[in-house]
Ligand binder design. Structure first.
Ligand SMILES: [Zn+2]
Length: 90
Protein backbone atom coordinates (compact mmCIF):
# COMPACT_ATOMS: atom_id res chain seq x y z
CA UNK A 1 0.00 0.00 0.00
CA UNK A 2 1.28 3.47 -0.74
CA UNK A 3 2.18 5.82 2.07
CA UNK A 4 1.05 9.43 1.88
CA UNK A 5 2.27 12.27 4.05
CA UNK A 6 0.22 15.40 4.49
CA UNK A 7 0.39 18.70 6.29
CA UNK A 8 -3.02 19.49 7.85
CA UNK A 9 -4.03 23.07 7.12
CA UNK A 10 -6.49 23.10 10.03
CA UNK A 11 -4.48 21.80 12.99
CA UNK A 12 -1.01 22.06 11.37
CA UNK A 13 -0.08 18.48 12.20
CA UNK A 14 2.01 16.41 9.87
CA UNK A 15 0.09 13.18 9.31
CA UNK A 16 0.92 9.92 7.59
CA UNK A 17 -1.90 8.05 5.86
CA UNK A 18 -1.83 4.58 4.33
CA UNK A 19 -4.23 4.23 1.44
CA UNK A 20 -4.94 1.32 -0.85
CA UNK A 21 -4.75 1.89 -4.59
CA UNK A 22 -8.50 1.34 -4.90
CA UNK A 23 -9.33 3.93 -2.24
CA UNK A 24 -10.06 7.16 -4.13
CA UNK A 25 -11.77 9.00 -1.29
CA UNK A 26 -10.29 12.24 0.02
CA UNK A 27 -8.00 11.66 2.98
CA UNK A 28 -9.04 12.93 6.41
CA UNK A 29 -6.71 14.29 9.07
CA UNK A 30 -6.67 11.63 11.84
CA UNK A 31 -6.22 14.39 14.42
CA UNK A 32 -9.02 16.86 13.61
CA UNK A 33 -10.93 15.15 10.76
CA UNK A 34 -10.30 17.96 8.28
CA UNK A 35 -9.94 17.18 4.59
CA UNK A 36 -7.89 20.33 4.07
CA UNK A 37 -4.59 18.48 3.65
CA UNK A 38 -1.53 19.37 1.62
CA UNK A 39 0.41 16.44 0.22
CA UNK A 40 4.05 16.42 1.27
CA UNK A 41 5.74 13.35 -0.18
CA UNK A 42 4.74 9.86 -1.15
CA UNK A 43 6.56 6.64 -1.54
CA UNK A 44 5.62 3.12 -2.30
CA UNK A 45 5.59 0.62 0.52
CA UNK A 46 8.59 -1.69 0.60
CA UNK A 47 7.85 -5.23 -0.49
CA UNK A 48 9.76 -7.38 1.98
CA UNK A 49 9.83 -10.47 -0.19
CA UNK A 50 12.04 -8.76 -2.75
CA UNK A 51 15.55 -7.91 -1.55
CA UNK A 52 16.35 -6.13 -4.79
CA UNK A 53 13.34 -3.93 -4.47
CA UNK A 54 14.20 -3.05 -0.86
CA UNK A 55 17.69 -2.00 -1.93
CA UNK A 56 16.38 0.03 -4.87
CA UNK A 57 13.78 1.84 -2.82
CA UNK A 58 16.28 2.63 -0.07
CA UNK A 59 18.47 4.23 -2.68
CA UNK A 60 15.55 6.24 -4.03
CA UNK A 61 14.57 7.32 -0.52
CA UNK A 62 18.06 8.62 0.16
CA UNK A 63 18.05 10.63 -3.03
CA UNK A 64 14.59 12.01 -2.35
CA UNK A 65 15.56 12.97 1.20
CA UNK A 66 18.70 14.66 -0.03
CA UNK A 67 16.81 16.58 -2.72
CA UNK A 68 14.04 17.68 -0.35
CA UNK A 69 16.60 18.97 2.13
CA UNK A 70 18.34 20.95 -0.59
CA UNK A 71 15.10 22.42 -1.90
CA UNK A 72 13.83 23.37 1.55
CA UNK A 73 17.14 24.99 2.49
CA UNK A 74 16.59 24.63 6.24
CA UNK A 75 12.89 25.46 6.11
CA UNK A 76 11.67 22.01 7.14
CA UNK A 77 9.64 21.27 10.25
CA UNK A 78 11.43 19.19 12.92
CA UNK A 79 9.00 16.31 12.32
CA UNK A 80 9.78 16.32 8.61
CA UNK A 81 13.52 16.48 9.33
CA UNK A 82 13.09 13.31 11.39
CA UNK A 83 11.33 11.61 8.50
CA UNK A 84 14.22 12.53 6.21
CA UNK A 85 16.73 11.27 8.78
CA UNK A 86 14.93 7.93 8.82
CA UNK A 87 14.90 7.76 5.04
CA UNK A 88 18.62 8.53 4.85
CA UNK A 89 19.61 6.00 7.53
CA UNK A 90 17.89 3.06 5.81
ZN1 LIG B 1 -5.89 18.23 11.34
Amino acid sequence: MPLYEYDCQECHQQVTIWKSFSDTSSPCCPVCGSQNLTRLISRVAIVKSSKDRVRDLSWVDKNVAHRLRKQADGGLSPAFEQTLDKMESQ
